[in-house]
Design a protein around this ligand. Structure first.
Ligand code: MG
Length: 322
């Protein structure tokens, strides 16, 4: 027997409210929220579609985690503190085992990150998940893409290309086995604590969802600057190093998506303050290059400069591969 929408939401997704800013949580026509004085509301949304953004056979618990994680990653990239989420689920059928597992993955991460579900909706149709996430950031203090300046140091919070390797493993495109890559693909851990630690320090910030080159490219475009990165300084897992050594495909850490690390820029004058804050919080980040006045993304690799701007890289490929 099919459950009605209200029953579904009540059974799997209603939890007591706990934030003082939540005047009214899930269950009425709207939720009611209060934005405290001196703060702005940071709002983001992402849709995951079966077959396009995840493999249809992925386990629902991981999917519940990932649907929330990708939205938390956007809040982290703005330096926002996670508060609220809304969930719109489109399901081919009411499968209680599936819903229960999805909710388990979702709430394990939500509880850990202080995130409250304040509304939702279920519809029948091809499997897709839309999450909206909201957080609070001090007024004027959000980390935008447009703040990078020449001379800024470019950092990335963790290994690149690992989730991309995980996808290749799942698709059978590589013989390599790597549990970490699969975990990073299916259970990414959003960099919320780092986003908060970067308040007042980073000039520009973005989360790496579509690959470092594309996402840093958004910072460069919004800030009207360029960057020179050192390939040898990109943080890579051992498995990604083995993949590159075995295939020669060194572009994986620059082009593969789904890592959900943060890429950000810090002015040299705040470098010491930043390193001190990292030491205090136990967080880490790797310096990978510098912002330059001349537009475009360049990469220093084995002593050579490779133009890695979208158009430049196409040019390089044509020359390099005939
Ligand atoms: Mg993003």
């Amino acid at each position: 027997m099919a459950l009605g929408e209200f029953d579904l939401l009540r059974r799997f997704f209603i939890r007591p409210t706990r934030h003082p800013e939540t005047t009214l949580g899930i269950g009425d026509d709207c939720a009611l929220l209060r934005c405290p004085e001196g703060f702005e509301l940071a709002v983001t949304t992402d849709t995951l579609v079966a077959g396009a953004h995840f493999l249809p056979e992925v386990d629902p618990e991981s999917l519940g985690h990932k649907a929330l994680a990708v939205n938390l990653s956007d809040l982290a990239a703005m330096g926002a503190e996670p508060k609220w989420a809304m969930l719109a689920l489109t399901l081919p059928e009411v499968d209680e085992t599936w819903l229960e597992a999805f909710g388990r993955g979702f709430f394990a991460l939500a509880d850990r990150q202080g995130m409250e579900l304040i509304g939702g909706n279920t519809t029948r149709g091809p499997l897709s998940i839309t999450l909206q996430a909201m957080g609070l950031v001090p007024s004027g203090g959000a980390l935008r893409r447009s703040g990078a300046r020449p001379g800024n140091l470019v950092y990335v919070s963790g290994p690149l290309g690992s989730a991309g390797l995980g996808l290749k493993i799942r698709l059978g495109e590589t013989e390599l086995e790597d549990f970490e890559a699969l975990a990073r693909l299916e259970r990414p851990e959003p960099c919320v604590p780092l986003g908060l630690a970067l308040r007042g320090i980073a000039c520009a910030c973005i989360d790496v969802s579509d690959g470092l080159a594309a996402d840093l490219g958004h910072i460069l475009e919004a800030s009207k600057v360029g960057a020179l990165l050192d390939f040898e300084r990109l943080p890579l897992t051992e498995a990604v190093r083995r993949y590159i050594a075995g295939t020669g495909d060194w572009t994986l850490p620059l082009t593969a998506g789904d890592d959900y690390e943060l890429c950000f820029t810090v002015p040299p004058a705040k470098k010491n303050q930043f390193e001190q804050r990292l030491a205090e919080t136990g967080l880490s980040a790797a310096p990978i290059g510098r912002i330059e006045a001349e537009p475009g993304l360049k990469l220093r690799k084995e002593g050579h400069i490779v133009d890695f701007s979208p158009s430049g890289y196409e040019h390089f490929r044509r020359n390099g591969r005939g």
